[in-house]
Write a protein that binds this ligand. Structure first.
Ligand code: HSE
Length: 429
């Protein structure tokens, strides 16, 4: 193995795959790998379909919806599996930090390539894993870790290689977008929609990772590494929007149904948006609820769909949209990574050099912005009138406030006795 490029088996034999985890995504990947029609279709497109030779699960004997042929080894000994000489590539789909991190490290040490959908693992240990994969001369691919079925990491690194990337932003968590859409459109409650998202296999094992913005922050960290050349400290990314008193609760947890309704009356939508843009030698980045024009690509992206806008020169703005979560969507990206490996492609970071520093993060609330708010005690007491002098537009008690710093806005609202969640207005791209 040279420069992290996979060795395609010289005999033309298929890559031998060990799959760790048979959850929503693992099952969807296994179903395709063992499906004769899928294999024929892939072969017809000139690719060499990989062979599923082993599955690592906690309870190998358990009855499952998926029936695997007896020739596919099932084992609970994942340590042994990732070092098995009969395996070329480990597909890590167990999620979470441990034991995933140790298993991936062991796989590298044993000379195995790794494909993973584990955004938390990459955002937390990206620099270590990248160094380890490069040192071992193996490939690490992770297209499935960001925006589910949308091919966005490979285009960012490869197809936009002739550009200087200045910004990456969008909706990168399907669960929260599914919840916000149903709350705004159908007036459903947060808890009711969350349980539907869980039932559909969109949500993380611990859904607070979705609704508190951790998952989207992990994805923004990965996008930032590939766009701006270094890994950020994911914990530095703001996940809570502000309110008049401090920070609101994180992610989408502070958003009120009334705010979604009033935003719509002003032609706006409230979305959980990850946004990272170059700011001198740093990157201004956050994942928080913002108000965005409802008819814009981000504002009109509903349900489990994700959207990623990349701003780059000379190309301009390139927008990617598609299914962001679920077994089908995510397995598509995992399978594509396996086929890329089979044809000798390198790691997801492509030709990018190994980072030598950590990305410096700036909080976007440090600069003046335009704002959207619905006064908490608004109904019927003329609050909209009291903020008229600040407002660019208003509908009932919802207002769009002219650009100003957060400190000044809070001060002016406090003077008027107004309490509210404050939503930065996302500028048009
Ligand atoms: N829980 C994640 C989401 C799964 O809802 O986007 C896909 O990464």
């Amino acid at each position: 193995m040279v420069d992290g490029r996979a060795q395609v088996p010289e005999t033309g034999r298929p890559l031998r795959v060990a799959l760790l985890g048979l959850g929503t995504v693992g099952r969807a990947v296994a179903e395709r790998l063992i499906d004769a029609e899928w294999r024929a279709a892939v072969t017809a497109r000139g690719a060499n379909p990989p062979e599923l030779v082993a599955v690592g699960v906690r309870e190998p004997g358990r009855k499952r919806a998926l029936t695997l042929h007896a020739s596919i080894r099932q084992t609970a000994d994942l340590d042994e599996l990732v070092a098995d000489p009969g395996i070329d590539v480990v597909v890590e789909l167990i999620g979470g930090l441990e034991p995933a991190a140790q298993l991936v490290q062991r796989a590298f040490e044993a000379g195995k390539h790794v494909v993973t959908a584990n955004k938390k693992l990459l955002a937390s240990f990206g620099p270590t894993l990248e160094t380890a994969a490069r040192a071992a001369g193996v490939v690490l691919r992770f297209e499935a870790a960001v925006a589910g079925g949308i091919p966005v990491l490979a285009p960012l690194v490869l197809d936009l290689a002739g550009n200087r990337i200045s910004g990456v932003r969008g909706i990168v968590n399907g669960t929260t977008n599914f919840i916000l859409t149903a709350m705004a459109r159908d007036g459903r409650t947060y808890a009711d929609v969350l349980s539907e998202a869980q039932g559909r296999g969109y949500a993380e094992a611990d859904p607070s990772a979705d609704v508190e913005g951790f998952d989207a922050a992990d994805k923004l960290a990965i996008l930032s590494r590939l766009a701006f050349g270094a890994w950020p400290e994911v914990g530095q990314l703001r996940r809570a929007g502000p309110d008049t008193e401090g920070d609101a609760t994180a992610g989408i947890t502070a958003i009120q149904p009334l705010e979604l309704r009033y935003a719509a009356e002003l032609g706006l939508a409230i979305k959980l948006v990850g946004d990272a843009s170059l700011w001198g030698d740093a990157v201004m980045a956050s994942v928080m609820p913002v108000a965005v024009r409802a008819s814009s690509p981000i504002g009109s992206t509903d349900g489990v769909t994700n959207v990623v806008e990349i701003t780059a020169a000379p190309v301009g703005v390139v927008t990617f949209q598609g299914p962001g979560a679920g077994g089908g969507a995510t397995s598509s990206a995992v399978l594509a990574d396996l086929l890329a490996l089979a044809r000798g492609a390198g790691s997801t970071w492509g030709q990018l050099p190994e980072p030598t520093r950590t990305l410096r993060i700036i909080d976007p609330l440090e600069v003046p912005r335009a704002w959207f708010l619905v006064a908490a005690d608004a109904i019927g007491d003329g609050v909209a009138y009291r903020v008229q002098d600040l407002a660019l537009a208003s509908a009932g008690d919802a207002v769009v406030i002219q650009p100003m710093g957060l400190g000044e806005l809070r001060h002016r609202l406090e003077d008027r006795g107004i309490r509210a969640n404050l939503y930065p207005l996302l500028p048009e791209s």
